[in-house]
Ligand binder design. Structure first.
Ligand SMILES: NC(=O)c1ccc[n+]([C@@H]2O[C@H](COP(=O)([O-])OP(=O)(O)OC[C@H]3O[C@@H](n4cnc5c(N)ncnc54)[C@H](O)[C@@H]3O)[C@@H](O)[C@H]2O)c1
Ligand SMILES: [Fe+2]
Length: 370
């Protein structure tokens, strides 16, 4: 027996953003977005478009940096609490960091210590809020618009937490590929590879089911075809649309399975070596694929639908694709000393996400040596 469930109302397509006024339907909202700190006016312009469509927000939270952490989120909650009127909804306009921060705000209700206590002790879940979220992704990678969890980083203690609650599924996801057209090349590649990682990680996963796997196969094929082309044609709207759809499908797949070993490995690289999430969770995919090939008939069948009948040759092609996109598949190039690599893999296998991996440790060690 298997089960698949995802309650998010998804609207996809060029111009989906313009339906925000109808979606809000007069409800007051807190806007969560970035502050254009790196120059440019992308998010100030989008905020102007949004307010023209939906009216002024009652609170504005714009202090979102990459990988939301305890310090930044404490300030975000303070900004939320300073709302001029009661907040009925949260509009998250940005990438995974913005959508995840919005999920924390929905649960924290203006007091970050509520969420912090829950993350650190597992207690106090009943005190968490359930403010509805409308997610409008501006990257195509994390799938956070259709998942019920947020990654929260404690950068001081070098820890990664996952805030997971069924109420954190956004009410609506407006996935408008046109919002991603201005993404720079590096972020386009790292976020696209995050989507590829979600797709593959939901396949070699103890929680895989026929629906998640079908979505994942489609997503992985789409990223592998479209991302190399997009990296050379960043403003191609057809390719942007394919990447947005792939990211959404991968999100729908791993919303039911969670991730697995490659993500478990990634947290150390991001916390200790500052490697961006999408690179940290994708550089090891060829190694993980070599190790898992032959472990499970359903997994093999899905991987063959993506990579063709010879999975070892497929892993080599995946490696070549990553290298061509400028992503080294060697841990040593991401700050890991060769002597630490086995211990890191063991640690990742034992982690919450690592335990979702269907492959065997011995096969991994063999793949690492290859
Ligand atoms: N909740 C989940 O299911 C889930 C899944 C995967 C990753 N994550 C988390 O998401 C975070 C990463 O999110 P991300 O990869 O989307 O990146 P991000 O949200 O951190 O954004 C990265 C950079 O891209 C810029 N940017 C975003 N959209 C842009 C646009 N349209 N044009 C120009 N610049 C733009 C931002 O200003 C920022 O500087 C990490 O914290 C990761 O752990 C969450
Ligand atoms: Fe990810």
């Amino acid at each position: 027996m298997w089960r698949y469930r995802n309650p998010v109302d998804v609207k996809f397509g060029a111009g989906a953003f313009d339906s925000i006024g109808q979606v809000l339907a007069g409800r007051s909202y807190c806007l969560v977005t970035y502050d254009d700190a790196n120059g440019g006016s992308t998010f100030a312009d989008l905020t102007r478009r949004l307010t023209a469509l939906a009216g002024e927000p009652v609170a504005l939270v714009r202090n979102i940096g990459p990988n939301p952490d305890f310090i930044g989120l404490t300030e975000s909650c303070r900004l939320y609490a300073a709302a001029k009127k009661p907040i009925e909804t949260i509009v998250a306009l940005g990438g995974g960091s913005v959508i995840d921060a919005a999920k924390v705000l929905a649960a924290a209700l203006g007091d970050f210590s509520r969420v912090r206590t829950f993350l650190e002790t597992g207690k106090g879940g009943e005190a968490l809020g359930t403010t509805p979220i409308i997610a409008i992704p501006t990257t195509s990678g994390t799938g956070s618009e259709v998942t019920s969890w947020a990654t929260v980083w404690d950068t001081e203690a070098k820890k990664k937490y996952s805030l997971a609650r069924p109420s954190l599924y956004p009410e609506v996801a407006l996935v408008d590929p046109l919002l991603t057209v201005g993404l720079p090349r590096g972020i386009t590649i790292s976020t696209g590879l995050d989507a590829l990682s979600h797709a593959l990680e939901s396949i070699w996963n103890v929680n895989a089911n026929p629906v998640s796997t079908a979505l994942a196969e489609r997503a992985a094929r789409e990223v592998l075809e479209a991302l190399p082309a997009l990296a050379d044609n960043l403003r191609d709207t057809e390719l942007r649309s394919r990447l947005s759809r792939a990211s959404l499908f991968a999100g729908l797949a791993f919303s039911n399975t969670k991730t697995s070993l490659a993500h478990s490995l990634s947290y150390h690289l991001t916390l200790h070596h500052g490697v961006p999430h999408g690179i940290a969770c994708s550089f090891s995919l060829p190694m993980v694929m070599r190790a898992v090939a032959g472990c499970d008939p359903a997994c093999d069948a899905a991987l063959k639908n993506i990579f063709g009948p010879n999975l070892q040759a497929g892993a080599a092609r995946l490696e070549a694709t990553l290298e061509k996109l400028g992503v080294s598949t060697h841990a040593t190039d991401h700050g890991i000393a060769a002597r630490d690599w086995t211990a890191l893999v063991d640690h990742a296998l034992a982690g919450e996400r690592g335990r979702n991996f269907i492959g065997r440790r011995e096969a991994l060690l063999a793949a690492m040596a290859a």
